[in-house]
Design a protein. Sequence first.
Length: 130
Amino acid sequence: MAEVPVLHGVSVLHGSTALRDVTAQHYAERPLTLTRRGRFLLVGLPLALGVAALILLGAFLTSVAQAGSEEPEVTETVEVAVSSGETLWGLAVQYAPERDPRDVVAEMVELNELRSSVVQAGQPIAIPVG
């Protein structure tokens, strides 16, 4: 059989268990080295995940605090029974003449939970003033 090169002063033959033992011993004596990818996975990836978790936690905690700190805005209103032929636009101009009627009509629809801007005679309507 053909001999292989001498490893650590021991001559071994191909296929023998001595070759495997010498090779294992050779690698066991070498220090562990990390590649660039290994260093990234060992250090960079956990660091990046930790920073992302801190950012998400900070965003969650500040959004909850901001949502709870706002006071609800109170709108001063007047309740009126709609007369025959009156429209939301006419009511907006009559009760809030200093404001844009489009904004007042939009607020009336929201305050009264109307499905449209059509109102019936006798229907009570809350109108924002001021």
